[in-house]
Unconditional design. Structure first.
Length: 352
């Protein structure tokens, strides 16, 4: 591993500290080293609206003239919530900038690199580029595909069922995974912008779709209710967590924290994803049920899938979704496992 790669990996490590706090911005980390190769300052983008990584690293009482700056994403070149980072890099006298990935945002898109080069700064790009894209795969998907990054997630029994036979037991929750995976699922909710379930899942399980088992923000809750048949006591229709319901029923009235959106059900999934894109929702977890997950699979509108497998057996019931892609990796948690898949048709690069 070269020194550039080692220092870029440190940028990745710093950037991850912003996960769940910076969306729809990307996660960015920055490292500044002196001519001897020693790290003298670091920074990362901590929260939406806060300073970017470069600014957090460079606003220190040091003379940075002649130093090298490492950052996993091209420095911005436009005024947003903060001034352009490229201007600050030039102002501080940085001699060389090493970047992992260019910024696909049309407001930047190479302009940051151009500013640096025009100022006489040496610029190196493409260091661990695949890993840099994987780190910010939500951001790249949002910018390049004009839709949120879609994560499919379901739990299934050891014998391949995701639910019991509801013909005899129409309502109620039937846990499949152990407590560790339940907590991990809630942790995931704090790092994604939205979570979505179908009508049957709401009717059968009455889920809260909150991150109550992990400290962090709750995702935007989303469901589909074509005709307005969700039970009045559904958790999704009440509470302080913002919720969006996609429907054809124009008589349903929105209220505080609950928004009904009328859509064309002949084109429901693209309509949902476009609504989320327009509202700057960068990622969404699809948690069920089977019909909804299969719809995303069949239309190729997914980027990542997480298959949680428990040790119990139902013997019969609703079979779990089948996925054609090869698994990327499997993690073991006691007698339960999580298998991760990535859509190979996706333009977003995945972990190598």
């Amino acid at each position: 591993m070269t020194s550039d790669e080692l220092l870029m990996r440190r940028c990745f490590q710093l950037a991850r500290n912003g996960r769940g706090h910076v969306s729809p911005n990307p996660m960015v980390g920055c490292v500044v080293v002196n001519p001897a190769g020693d790290i003298v300052s670091e920074g990362y983008h901590q929260y939406i609206g806060g300073f970017h990584a470069e600014r957090n690293a460079l606003l220190r009482p040091y003379d940075f003239r002649g130093y090298t700056l490492y950052v996993n994403l091209e420095p911005c070149s436009h005024y947003g919530k903060t001034p352009p980072c490229a201007d600050l890099v030039v102002e501080k006298g940085i001699k060389k900038v090493v970047v992992s990935t260019l910024d696909p945002n049309p407001l930047v898109a190479g302009n940051g690199i151009r500013k640096l080069k025009e100022a006489g700064i040496e610029v190196v790009t493409g260091v661990l580029e695949n890993e840099g894209r994987f780190l910010n795969r939500r951001f790249f998907t949002f910018m390049e595909k004009q839709r949120p990054y879609v994560i499919l997630k379901w739990a299934e029994t050891a014998d391949g069922f995701m639910d019991i036979d509801r013909s005899n037991n129409p309502n109620g929750k039937y846990w499949i995974t152990n407590d560790i995976l339940k907590i991990l699922s809630h942790k995931w909710r704090t790092t994604e912008d939205a979570i979505m379930v179908g009508t049957n899942t709401v009717a059968n399980d009455n889920p809260q779709l909150t991150a109550r088992l992990w400290h962090g923000r709750n995702p935007l809750r989303i469901t589909i209710d074509r005709t307005g048949r969700l039970p009045d006591d559904s958790h999704l229709l009440h509470g302080s967590t913002p919720t969006v319901v996609f429907t054809e029923n124009s008589n349903l009235q929105s209220r505080e924290n609950l928004t009904f959106v009328k859509v064309d059900f002949q084109n429901i999934l693209p309509s949902v994803l476009d609504y989320l894109y327009q509202n700057k929702i960068q990622s969404v977890i699809i948690e069920g049920g089977k019909q909804l997950i299969n719809s995303f699979l069949e239309q190729g509108l997914w980027d990542e899938a997480r298959q949680l497998k428990g040790s119990i057996e139902f013997g019969s019931g609703l079979t779990a979704p089948q996925i054609a892609s090869n698994p990327s990796r499997t993690e073991v948690f006691g007698d339960n496992t999580i298998t991760y898949y990535y859509n190979q048709c996706s333009r977003t690069l995945t972990k190598q």
